[in-house]
Write a protein that binds this ligand. Structure first.
Ligand code: ZN
Length: 520
């Protein structure tokens, strides 16, 4: 039913523009959410032969979404609104909404349709070639595909943000407002604290072993256990699901439909549990966004780094803490009595802090993880800037790896070919993992100041005040505030690596019997 207003009672034109711009943005978001349900289905349910038709479905929806996002009528409305908002009675949220929608529109509209389609195709082909190349450790077969993708991403960078350095343009897609020079300076301050910590941990005479949670953990009981933990920390199964996939992920397909996955190892409990804690951390963020702002910046995540801060906080800073295991171990023991009869919360927690340098990023512990990320950041930045040729990437990778970790990959599969990201066109993405760790540690330091009773609450299985803090300080703002300002406002200080360094030295130093002192 429609209601007709007499002209005299109609809201002023800019208000109508804002309503229409918001409705338009929501239509694009609904289409994008169809793309995500197709992606979720592909990774959890799709029969192998369905892949080619699924690619057609995704391409069709993506093309519709791109044409909506670049609709000139939407661009005109947003430009008019930006001018109208220089005066008048507008809230800060309304201004931020229009500013961000206009920023997105200008970025999308500068990309030629030919480039968007060619990039989409190159990335689908790149991922297929990567799967095969990694299996056979065949760098030479993959290199031309990657060279093509890098060329397309450089073109995308210069089209969408002609005033930015090309790598900054790609980084900005994932971490709005972040600049490579700042990230690089942050990493340069972080590295000199991490390298000696890794050496001290691996050389410690009484280093912990990750053997406490090994044993027999039947899949059925694990499913009940991890679901109970996810529910207890606040994941709402009325608005979400838990399924299985080869690589755990979190996918949101609407304001009331957030889906997480994990994988299972019947001989090692942490595989499924930490997959769930990580992905439920992402899911809690998605479920904490304002549902009435679905499709608008107020209802969308601030950045990949902020997203990762939420998953890492629950996975590492809660899930590897002693108070968490004081609550969780008795629960786990009711389900796995034989495997856990000899354990204590202290022994479990210590075993979860074992440090073991590994060639593979996704198997890395919390301390060495950031060194894997820094290596990828430096190499991809050099690629985009034309300072490193794709042909020279494997030797550059191996040299740097040896320098940072003291071991050299034996082949491309355990070196330069191990991650899917570059084959999927995700360049400027890796640094957000370490930014997430930096943000998470800084938030946890603020949380510990604001909530002094937190250890007691966690030990009793009460997670409400921690989640409440994150809801209010982080989730509620969506992407109306850029990540740097969001972290500063939430924690009371500018982004700093200091909290991550202190947190790692304190927790891992203690588990390894080291002096409690990060280097000056
Ligand atoms: Zn994550």
């Amino acid at each position: 039913m429609s209601i007709s207003h007499s002209p005299a009672r109609q809201p002023p034109a800019p208000r109508l523009d804002l309503d229409e711009a918001a409705a338009h943005a929501r239509r694009a978001a609904v289409l994008a959410s169809v793309e995500s349900i197709l992606g979720w289905d592909e990774q959890t349910m799709l029969p192998p032969a369905g892949g080619a038709h699924r690619a057609d479905q995704v391409a069709a929806v993506a093309s519709l979404a791109h044409s909506l996002r670049t609709d000139p009528a939407q661009g005109d409305r947003l430009e008019r609104l930006a001018v109208a908002m220089e005066g008048g009675d507008w809230s800060a949220d309304e201004r931020a909404t229009v500013l961000r929608l206009l920023r997105d529109y200008r970025k999308h509209v500068r990309l030629p349709a030919r480039l968007v389609e060619e990039t989409a195709r190159a990335c689908i082909e790149g991922q297929q070639a990567w799967v095969d190349a990694r299996r056979r450790s065949d760098w030479k077969g993959f290199a031309p595909k990657l060279a093509h993708i890098v060329a397309l991403k450089r073109e995308q960078a210069s089209c969408q943000s002609p005033d930015l350095d090309p790598y900054d343009s790609l980084l900005d897609d994932h971490e709005p407002g972040a600049r490579a020079s700042d990230v690089s300076a942050l990493f340069d301050r972080l590295r000199p604290s991490l390298v000696p910590l890794v050496r001290a941990c691996t050389g410690a005479p009484h280093a912990p072993l990750d053997d406490v949670l090994r044993g027999q953990f039947p899949r059925g009981a694990q499913e009940v256990f991890v679901r109970t933990v996810a529910e207890r920390i606040g994941f709402d199964f009325n608005r979400g699901r838990l399924d299985s996939s080869e690589h755990p992920f979190c996918s949101t397909t609407g304001p009331h439909d957030c889906r997480i996955t994990t994988r299972w190892d019947e001989s090692y409990l942490p595989t499924a549990l930490f997959g769930v804690l990580h992905e439920a951390g992402h899911g809690l963020y998605e479920q904490g966004l304002r549902e009435q702002a679905f499709g608008l910046p107020g209802g969308e995540a601030a950045s990949l780094g902020i997203h990762e801060s939420q998953s890492r906080l629950w996975e590492n800073l809660v899930g590897r803490s002693l108070p968490f295991w004081e609550w969780c171990l008795p629960l786990a023991r009711t389900m796995f009595p034989a495997a856990l009869s000899e354990t204590s919360p202290e022994s479990v927690q210590r075993s979860l802090l074992a440090v073991r340098p590994s060639l593979i990023r996704v198997e890395a512990d919390e301390v060495t993880y950031n060194l894997h990320v820094m290596l990828r950041f430096d190499l991809e930045r050099a690629l985009v800037r034309g300072e490193l040729a794709v042909a020279d990437l494997p030797s550059a990778w191996d040299d740097r790896f040896e320098q940072d970790f003291g071991i050299r990959p034996a082949n491309a599969a355990e070196g330069v070919l191990q991650d899917i990201h570059w084959s999927a066109g995700l360049i400027g993405y890796f640094p957000t993992y370490t930014l997430g760790n930096v943000y998470a540690a800084q938030m946890m330091a603020a949380i510990e100041r604001d909530l002094p009773a937190l250890p007691v609450e966690l030990a009793a299985g009460r997670f409400g005040s921690l989640l409440g803090w994150l809801r209010e300080r982080v989730h509620h703002h969506g992407r109306l505030i850029d990540p740097g300002r969001l972290v500063a406002a939430a924690t009371g200080g500018p982004i700093s690596e200091r909290w991550l360094v202190e947190s790692l030295w304190k927790r891992y130093g203690s588990a390894h019997g080291l002096a409690q002192r990060p280097p000056a």
